[in-house]
Design a protein around this ligand. Structure first.
Ligand code: 4AD
Ligand code: MG
Length: 433
């Protein structure tokens, strides 16, 4: 006889019915006459109660082959049981071992070093903490799509293999037939600008690559970036949109991922600050603030992670640092009419010392100025001929930004290092699993 197959999260709507649940064993204890396997299936955990006198000898014998992470199919009656994890248990009538799991299962209920865990990432992902992080990541991803869909942005996919450098910083290169070198995209932005002239408002959502040698808690060599690009937005419109997006994402996770935030023991009150208007701090004022707090930073230099931490510590809410010096930023940013030494850009710094989660700017729409900037940066003009066409044929005021998915998720979820918020992190010194 077969019974309806349900997932553990669905048990509450099957009380009193006999169902089959398939999953993996997380705990097992037995007294000789009664046994309590606990299983998880990715949607929750369920305690199973096996009474020797109530099951066949085959089922009772199968218990002897249960161990951590063995896969099983358990059939039983669903009972409400407030003391059980998840609030429901299965009164087992049959249990079948699908796949045994030898005693050397690497991830045991004890402390492991992070390198060991990363080497076993394919198994580490099964732990409640990692599963909670993945669900929050998925919520943020879906939130981003919903946010832009509601505002009638068109999602556009831009190439991963590119012929020109998009950002300063390390490039991964590969051979590309007769054309010579191709690079893994550091950004989809330049293509996003072309698409904004075609569609008005667009966003990209894809992997980006940087051959970063830095081993920090906020750098990956492969990370996911969302890059909206908006025709007829100036830099103020751009920052307003970023503020709306970040606030939306934080509220979305707080509303829908309560259980996961609890697994992570996230102090969500730390996120209340996003409800206030974000600070907009001029780069020059940021440098003064840093100098006053003992830093020897000079006007013209980019801000480092400790500088960013000092700034947000002062305000205890998200801070846009605006109008950086030209030399500190990418070639495509629009010269600031109020101070041509600077560009109309902003980095958004997240609270709790998380640093930059968004980089954005208004784009240089003047053909001549853009050519000069490309030359000043020593970039090959020929590779940007198509990009310059966007200024030649109907140039337009436009702006956009890139939000780093992993940094955003790590901040909202309160996860210290971004390697934990992507399923299989790529960093210097790590290419497997
Ligand atoms: O500031 P970035 O380099 O900006 C751009 O790439 C622009 N093209 C964006 C745009 O205007 N369309 O990167 C944007 C964001 C950063 O703020 C950060 O959140 C994330 O991408 N990021 C990284 N995340 C993880 N690992 C790295 N190595 C990252 N580099 C940047
Ligand atoms: Mg940046």
């Amino acid at each position: 006889m077969t019974f309806p197959s349900v997932r553990i999260a669905e048990l509450p709507s099957h009380v009193g019915q006999t169902v089959t649940v398939r999953g993996w064993v997380t705990h097992f204890r037995s007294s000789g006459k009664i046994a309590f396997p606990v299983i998880r299936d990715g949607t929750g955990v369920a305690q199973c109660v096996v009474v020797k006198s109530a099951v066949s000898p085959e089922t009772w014998d199968a218990l002897g082959r249960l161990s951590l992470e063995a896969s099983v199919a358990v059939t039983g009656e669903v009972r409400a049981e407030p003391r059980a994890p998840g609030g429901h248990e299965l009164g087992v009538s049959a249990l079948e071992v699908i796949g045994t799991s030898p005693a050397d299962y690497p991830i045991q209920p004890k402390e492991h070093g992070v390198d060991f865990l990363l080497d076993h990432r394919h198994l580490w992902l099964r732990s409640p903490r990692q599963a909670a992080i993945m669900r929050i990541r998925s919520e943020v991803e879906q939130g981003i799509h919903d946010f832009f869909y509601a505002r009638e942005f068109v999602r556009c996919d831009t190439p991963i293999l590119t012929g020109a450098q998009g950002e300063s910083g390390g490039l991964f290169e590969t051979e590309y037939f007769e054309e010579g070198k191709a690079y893994l995209a550091q950004t989809g932005q330049l293509y996003g600008e072309a698409l904004a002239a075609a569609l008005g408002r667009i966003y990209t959502f894809g992997p980006t690559f940087r051959a970063e040698k830095s081993k920090t808690r906020r750098h990956l060599t492969e990370f996911w970036m969302i890059e909206p690009e908006m025709a007829w937005y100036d830099q103020d419109d751009n920052m307003n949109l970023q503020e709306d997006l970040v606030r939306f994402l934080v509220e979305r996770v707080r509303e829908r991922r309560v259980a996961e935030l609890a697994v992570l023991e996230r102090d969500v009150s730390k996120l209340d600050c996003v409800r206030d208007p974000f600070v907009r701090l001029d780069y020059g004022d940021a440098v003064t603030l840093l100098q006053e707090s003992g830093s020897d930073i000079k006007w013209g230099e980019d801000l480092g992670a400790p500088d960013e931490a000092t700034i947000v510590a002062k305000y205890e809410r998200p801070v846009f640092v605006v109008n950086y010096p030209k030399e500190a930023k990418a070639f495509y940013m629009k010269e600031n009419p109020a101070d041509p030494r600077t560009v109309r850009c902003a980095d958004l710094l997240a609270p709790e010392g998380r640093g930059e989660i968004i980089g954005g700017s208004q784009r240089e729409d003047d053909y001549g100025k853009l050519v000069r900037r490309i030359e000043e940066e020593g970039l090959p003009l020929a590779a940007y001929d198509w990009y310059l066409d966007l200024r030649k044929y109907g140039t337009f005021v436009h702006s956009g930004f890139g939000i780093g998915l992993e940094r955003t998720v790590a901040w909202i979820a309160g996860v210290e290092h971004i390697r934990e918020v992507i399923p299989f992190p790529r960093m210097m010194g790590r290419l497997r699993p």
